[in-house]
Design a protein around this ligand. Structure first.
Ligand SMILES: [Zn+2]
Length: 426
């Protein structure tokens, strides 16, 4: 039991019915087809990624999250998790409080939703509170803007297991599975790395630096022939909606695994996994959300770099570092590891830390844009910028999954193999 305590001191529970129970339960229920975002959030709710939430928020929680950054019971929570639906669909299907409805995705049942509350909320107010802006250039504002006019609050239970397609299947762990995995590895301290990027050596060193911080004063376990450290890096790739020009999901995931397979990280200090989540780009508030998510995954530390989960210039470069100082002590179990940039310095002749290297004139910052343009031309970056194994995997992924490109194209977005499918209910 102690192994499964998540955010807010609540036990992580999997809310999922057996196929037999599910078939009986959904008989004669009204069904509603859900979008990709809601399907991903049903999966997260069902498996406990969002502990202590057991379902979509009601109005009081949404209001409390917007105004106080906490649930009504005082638990820190920065982003509303809501089920949106059109008032017209509610009317047409006669959905009312007290009903249970079945949620289908691509036509097959995924979850049931207990309709505890039907309400509306001012979307501009929500955007302003969570994102600090109502500017429609902000992708999080557009996401809230696309939501339907009505919300349903209530508990969610999975009636079906999503099936992850290769190469994603071997990287999907539920929070309970992941915690068991950590235990098996003997990890006591786990530092999470949030990513939506193919790693260059700056990212690699960000992770290595954060590993040192997390490991800190931990004792060495074992003897000279078999040293065990008990500290690991969890690379947690965020899987959600894609835009043209983004790296394809397969390349991100397998490129991180390439750092592992290429032994840039020891087998026993590094693992790669995925979580379904539609980024809100909420900067500091999203940093807190990521901290909560990785608390539930069993991590003890979480690295935050510059402009974490930000977009454009809506947030200060280190706002996501500072927000942790504004939380009441003890409200998060996970410790933030706040890191600056790593850069390449030709004088030091290595990738080094901006907080240490004084060659501010000579240093070369890693530019994601520059690296993309090199890769776009199919040119292998020097190994000091990107590991050759990483580059090779990115190129393989372009051929295998990306219709020739490691970046999302219209063709990829249209024809890609989905990350997961909801199979027919047996
Ligand atoms: Zn230097």
């Amino acid at each position: 039991m102690m192994d499964f305590i998540g955010h807010g001191g609540k036990e992580i529970k999997e809310r999922i019915l057996s196929p037999g129970e599910a078939k009986k339960k959904i008989k004669n229920l009204v069904s509603v087809e859900i979008s990709g975002r809601i399907a991903r959030e049903c999966i997260d709710l069902g498996y406990g990624f969002f502990t202590p939430l057991e379902g979509f928020m009601g109005k009081a929680d949404v209001d409390s999250v917007c105004k106080k950054m906490s649930l009504t019971d005082g638990t820190i929570w920065p982003i509303p998790i809501v089920f949106d639906i059109s008032s017209q669909e509610i009317k047409e299907k006669g959905i009312k409080v007290g009903d249970t409805i079945v949620l289908t995705h691509t036509g097959n049942p995924l979850a049931i939703l207990e309709v505890e509350e039907i309400f509306s909320y001012d979307k501009d107010e929500m955007a302003q509170a969570v994102l600090g802006t109502t500017d429609t250039k902000h992708p999080g504002v557009r996401m809230i803007g696309r939501m339907q006019d009505t919300f349903i609050g209530g508990k969610v239970t999975l009636v079906n297991k999503p099936q992850f397609n290769p190469p994603f299947d071997r990287f999907f762990y539920t929070p309970r599975q992941l915690r068991k995995e950590f235990k098996k590895r003997g990890w006591v301290r786990i530092v999470a790395h949030q990513t939506r990027n193919v790693p260059h050596t700056g990212h690699e060193w960000l992770m290595k630096g954060a590993w040192f911080c997390a490991h800190g004063d931990a004792p060495v376990i074992g003897n000279k022939d078999e040293i065990k450290l008990g500290t690991g890096v969890l690379v947690n790739c965020i899987i959600g909606p894609k835009r043209t020009g983004d790296y394809i999901d397969e390349a991100i995931l397998l490129a991180h695994q390439a750092l592992h397979d290429g032994r840039y990280f020891r087998d026993d200090v590094h693992m790669v996994s995925i979580t379904c989540w539609d980024m809100r780009y909420a900067g500091p508030k999203e940093a807190i959300f990521h901290a909560i998510l990785r608390t539930n995954l069993g991590c003890t530390h979480h690295m935050f770099g510059r402009d974490h989960a930000g977009v454009g210039d809506y947030y200060g470069t280190y706002d996501a570092h500072r927000i942790f100082d504004q939380l009441p002590p003890g409200s998060l179990k996970i410790k933030p590891v706040r890191v600056l940039e790593w850069w390449y310095c030709p004088v030091c002749a290595e990738v080094t830390y901006s907080g240490l290297c004084g060659h501010t004139k000579e240093r070369q910052k890693f530019s994601g844009t520059l690296i993309r343009s090199i890769i776009k031309d199919g040119v292998k970056p020097t190994r000091v910028i990107m590991r050759p194994e990483v580059f090779d995997v990115v190129m393989e992924c372009a051929e295998k999954y990306g219709f020739g490109s490691p970046f999302c194209t219209e063709e990829y977005l249209l024809k890609r193999n989905p990350v997961f499918v909801v199979p027919p209910l047996g």
